[in-house]
Design a protein around this ligand. Sequence first.
Ligand code: UDP
Ligand code: MG
Length: 315
Amino acid sequence: MLLSIVVPCYNEQEALPYFYKEICRVAEEMKASHGADFEFIFVDDGSKDNTLAIARQLHGQDARVRYISFSRNFGKEAGILAGLEAAKGDYVAMMDADLQDPPALLPQMLDALLNEDYDCAATRRTDRKGEPPIRSFFARMFYKIINKMSDADIVDGARDYRLMRRRMVDAILALPEYNRFSKGIFGWVGFKTKWLEYVNVERVAGETKWSFWKLFLYSLEGIVAFTTAPLALASLMGIAFCALAFVMIVFIIVRTLLFGDPTSGWPSLVCIIFLCSGVQLFCMGVLGQYLAKTYMEVKRRPVYIVRETEADAEA
Ligand code: UDP
Ligand code: MG
């Protein structure tokens, strides 16, 4: 039984040694308890620090360590994809390099797959301790909105940390899309998932790679990738405004017939023009989002470009 651990790393030179130490400890335990062998796949997402050097060095001293290094920063989603594609294990786990996803949960997750007929053991954190309150607020809103609009079940507080059976990994890899929103993809492919909960842990070293703005754009990506409801909303708003305009036309004709036509009311006219053009721009923006994503899909560019792997290190 081989377990692949996929770890996307972007500027993680501080955290990586801690991570390696901890995962080795857990691997040893699980070798004894479950007879599991491991491979660790570090995906260096175009780091600007010594992450790659550390990965190379770890590979030199431990044959279980593999690495893939990108030609530039392609984002965490690309890292996850590259890792899943490279993984050879019967079971594949992915986790962050900062120990916010405690490797100590792995035995419990593996038990769920081995003894309870689940295909996947996923984790969610029960709180958002150590996170700015506005970020938590927007995160909650995002989960509410996307779950109303999309049929992929996206769990609030879900981490990307999960252990999957080979068949689920293959299902995920069979999705060819360029815009990859993993949280949605995991939900969309289905399979039986067991949710384990744990209290949020703060990162062991280094700092977070996500700014508020980056997260905001990422959330838009999720919405566009997993639901077309905003397009329907645009049409509905169009219909509502047409209906409103019709009522107003009738009202004004009747009023003119009854009371004559004193010319007044241009301020209200200006307000209406502003409102309507605002709505129009908004709807055009929504359309534009989908068009942009379609454009990126149609280009068929690779999701990531590899600069070096452990195979190069050996050659
Ligand atoms: N990460 C990555 N590419 C990026 C940004 C992040 O591979 O462009 C990795 C990062 O190295 C870490 C994981 O994704 O292993 C989660 O990032 P981080 O801990 O900064 O996010 P947070 O936990 O604060 O949401
Ligand atoms: Mg983190």
